[in-house]
Structure formats: C-alpha cells, structure tokens
Ligand binder design. Sequence first.
Ligand code: ZN
Length: 463
Amino acid sequence: MKTLRVIAAVVMIALLGGSASAAADVASKSGIRVVSAGHQIQYPDRLVFHLEAEADATITEIRLFYTLGGRSVQTYGYPDFTPGRRVASDFSIRTSGASYIPTGVDVEYYYRITDADRNTLETARSSFEYRDPRYRWNKLTRGDLTVLWHDISRRRVERLTADVVERLEEVKSVFGLGEVEPMKAVIVNSRREARSAFPFPSEAARRGHFFAGFAFSEYSLFVMQGLSADTMVHEAAHLLLDQAVDSPLARVPAWLNEGLAMQFEDGAIAYSAAVRSAARANRLLKLNHMGSVPGESRDISVFYGQAWSIVDYMMDNYGPERMGALLAALDSGERFDQAFQTAYGFTPDDLERAWRAGLLGASVAPPRPGPAIQAAASESDVRSRVPDSPPAVSDLRDDSESRIPDSPPAAGAPLPASPPGPSVVGTAAFISGTAAVAMVVVLWRWIWQRLHRPTPENGVHET
Ligand SMILES: [Zn+2]
C-alpha cells in the first residue's frame, strides 16, 4: 500500500521551510482577510476544506497546501471559487479507493490567497488527525508507539501496549535498530469498521480472505482490527523492518518480510501443522515465486504459513546474527540472492531444499553456513548496482482467524536439529568495532578457516 496517490489538480512539490514568519508580515499588509476556515472529515471517502475570505481587491487565486503524516513533501491544490472581493471555496481530498489514505494520518494545511493587485496572504497552519468522527478516540504513547482506539477500556490497551513495546525490543535487536522513528497504531473494533478503515478490497478480499491489519511505512502507521498483541507486534515489525532496510535500492521479498513479522508473534507456531500438511499435499509455493503476497485466497494461508516456517528455520538453525547480516546486505543494495549468499554462505535454493525435506520428515541436515559473515558491501559497490526486481514489501498480513490451523502438529516429523555451525561474528550493523572485538573476530576467523575448509555451496548433506 505504498502507492503515491495522484490527485487531480494537485502537484507534488518539495517542502520549503521558513515561510511562517514571512506569512505574518504579508498578512498584516495584504488587505486580505480570512472570514472563516475549517475542515470536515467525510469518513472514509474524503476530507473537505472550507474557506471564506475577503479582500480590498478581487481575489484571483487560492491555493491549499497540505502535508500528510508529517512527510517531507507538501502537496497543493486549487479550490474552485468565483473571483471577487468576497469569496467562498471548498476543496476535497479523496481518502478512499485508489486515493486511499489510512485513518490516523495527521493532516497539516494552510492557504495562500492572492488578489488582483498581487497581494498575498498565507494563513497560519492548521492540523488535525484523520479518523472516523463517529467515535470518541483515545490515545496513549509508550516508548516508540502511540496507540489510537475507541470503546475499549484504557487499562486493557495499556496492558497490551506495554507488552508489545517490550516485545519490540527483540525485534529492534534482530533488525539492528537503535533509535527508531515513532510509530502509530490505529485499532478498529469490528470487520465492518475495518472495511472502511482498510485499503480498498484486494482480489483476495473479494474472494473471501480478510486481513487483520495493514502497515504503511510512508506514514509510520498501521491500522489493525481487534485488540491483539500478536497483530500489533506483527505490523510494528513491518514498520521496523522498513526502517532497518531503508535504502531505495533494497528489495525485501514478501516471504522474508512476512516471515520475519510472524517470527515475533507468540501464536505463529500454530502454522506448523498446516505447513507440513501443505508439504505432504505438494501444495507448497516455490520460494522464488514468493516475492509478493499471492492474490488467490487459498494461496494466501499457505504463503503466510510457509513464510513463517522458512524464516523460523533460518532463525533456528543460523540465529539472529546471520539474519541481521542478510538485512544489512540487502540494505547495502545487494540483490537478494547475493545478499543471502553473503550472509549464509549458501544459496536460497539450498535453504529451500533442506527446509522442504525436513518438512517431509527426511533426515536432512541444514546447509552448512559460510565460515563467517562478511562486512556489508562498500558504498561505491552499492551505487554501481541496479536492482532487477520491483519493490516487494507487503503491508498485508493474514487474518488471525484463517491462521489457526485445523489440526494438531503432525507427530514424528520434526524439523532438522540445529547444526553445530561456527559462532557467527556480527557485521558492522551489530557490533560497534572496538579494537578488542576486532582482535577476537580476526583471531576467530583465522582459527575457523584453519580448521574448516569452505563448504560446497550446494551444501545439502545427507546424514
Ligand atoms: Zn504482514
């Protein structure tokens, strides 16, 4: 849901700061006066801005400038009005359909009014939060997270938020994040309410699949249905992943994005039986077809289960350090296959083969990792690379109802045990380079390379 909306008669321009004090001077001399100004939220379809103004000369132009969600771009549009010494205008911004804007977004706006004598008046900035005006909304902030809700007890929301904020520390640690951009969560209470709050229906939704939440990185905001800590952690993890891998060159496949978000859910383990069952029925998706979330409803549950299962396998067998190295390599602009090789020392195909075999109960050891994690590519290397695939970050997540598998875990088909792989030394993203650490790293790599020759790249080993 990262599409930038095209609004008729609206042009994107770079935000120019520092005009507020100049505006006050102009206002006092311009002879232009605002009679009344305001806005109305016609939820969920549009925002309407009203203005009445008068001037000593004929008012010839009105521009409405606005920014959404504190972003660094400002948009302007021209409200319709009949030129005169006293004018009234309305201007609408669509917020649904192809022009969807998520609820919870902060809107800031002001006008620039010009008359026939070229006097201008720039009005003071006004702001509001775009949300359904039928409800009385509450708000709290804990750590990096602000939560917006209605008709749920504050105590329940406080408890849940405290739990989530604590769990997000682990997410930040795995993603290599210290300070993070503040995030906002909007909780809606029913499917009916979610239908208005969520983006226009996807093909999947039309076919009966329902998502539990949507994350919008450009606004650092997510909208979710129901008071669920797992959903909140999942959506926040998407936003944090986007912060961790924020290079414009970076491409994170949807299976990795979703699998990582699910990795921090307490309830994701419930997928394991469904994934094994899909493996036995030969219904698993090919990993290299999982760059985006599928449109078919029946594939979506398999996709999410599989995404979780593969990432869980990676985390179980190779730990968070190599996952961190993969994210760092992606952020440096490496294509996925290359980044994977950099972090793990074998290919995604190797991973997929061993993971599938394990699901089917074969006694297959996970591919052996490379001897040590290499540092991320240098900046000059990054600049010369051009990604070959479109952005694949998904903001979708599965509906919690459809995530609950209908059978208990199959017995006797355990995933392969963790390998006794070498200790992994961190990348620059994880270990600040003190001399002592560097010495240990160099020594350890030297010892490791002495003891072990590099593993063949197709490292699936029958045991
Ligand atoms: Zn998701």
